[in-house]
Design a protein around this ligand. Structure first.
Ligand code: HEM
Ligand code: HEM
Length: 176
């Protein structure tokens, strides 16, 4: 297996940073989906919190800043590691097809969310049709990320169960 296809060594600082990035990214993504959906669906907002439209938009923008600052901070800390980690994932032989697809979906959806989110935030002057398409792409990408999360959890859970079973089998083989 060539160096490009190996996963970051367990216990390395790269692996450590990758885990911290994942945790922070997961938290902000979930917060952005939650506030985003409450902005898109006023009836849901009325039922769940009964208002706060302006505050939600503020929170959404703050979380969006954190969401975008994290990869920037990683690149400032160590210029090549983020790119190297993305390349490891996309070229890996250690990720199954679903995990690779999930990785690709997260990358593409995040890029669309950042570009369309910036257009909305900066109030960039565009035609009505372009504005509708921008909001549409922001909301569709949100749905895509949202729907992949339970599949991601199932995949993680099944990996944990399989690893535990393998450990138990190995232990019982050793005991014989
Ligand atoms: C509380 C929610 C989540 C939990 C418990 C969780 C758990 C995990 C675990 C255990 C891993 C493998 C170990 C690792 O790479 O650190 C992983 C990997 C990953 N997660 Fe999550 N995750 C969550 C949310 C998310 C969200 C919201 C996204 C993106 C939208 C995401 C994207 C990824 C990606 C791209 C990977 C690397 C590829 C892989 O190993 O499958 N995760 N997650
Ligand atoms: C995981 C990332 C993100 C998710 C899931 C998400 C989701 C959403 C959703 C569903 C809406 C409501 C759209 C509507 O119906 O009008 C929204 C609005 C918005 N988003 Fe995001 N977003 C994300 C990232 C971003 C980023 C990175 C930015 C900024 C660069 C951003 C800026 C905005 C702005 C300015 C609005 C309009 C808020 C308002 O009504 O004043 N979003 N977002």
């Amino acid at each position: 297996m060539g160096a490009r296809t190996q996963s970051p060594p367990i216990g390395s600082t790269t692996e450590h940073r990758r885990r911290i990035f994942h945790a922070a990214n997961a938290l902000t993504t979930i917060g952005l989906i939650f506030t985003g959906f409450l902005i898109t669906y006023p009836d849901l907002r009325a039922q769940l919190i009964g208002g706060y439209a302006l505050q939600l938009a503020e929170w959404h923008r703050l979380m969006a800043l954190a969401f975008m600052a994290m990869p920037v901070a990683w690149v400032l800390k160590t210029p090549t590691e983020l790119l190297q980690t993305v390349s490891w994932h996309l070229r890996s032989t250690w990720l199954d097809l679903w995990r690779k697809a999930h990785y690709g979906i997260c990358l593409v959806a995040s890029a669309i969310l950042v570009v369309t989110g910036t257009v909305l935030w900066l109030d960039i002057e565009v035609s009505h049709t372009t504005l509708d398409a921008t909001v549409g792409a922001h909301v569709v990408s949100t749905w895509v990320v949202f729907l992949t999360i339970p599949l991601h959890w199932l995949s993680v859970a099944s990996r944990v169960v399989r690893a535990k079973r393998k450990q138990a089998t190995e232990r019982s083989h050793k005991a014989v």
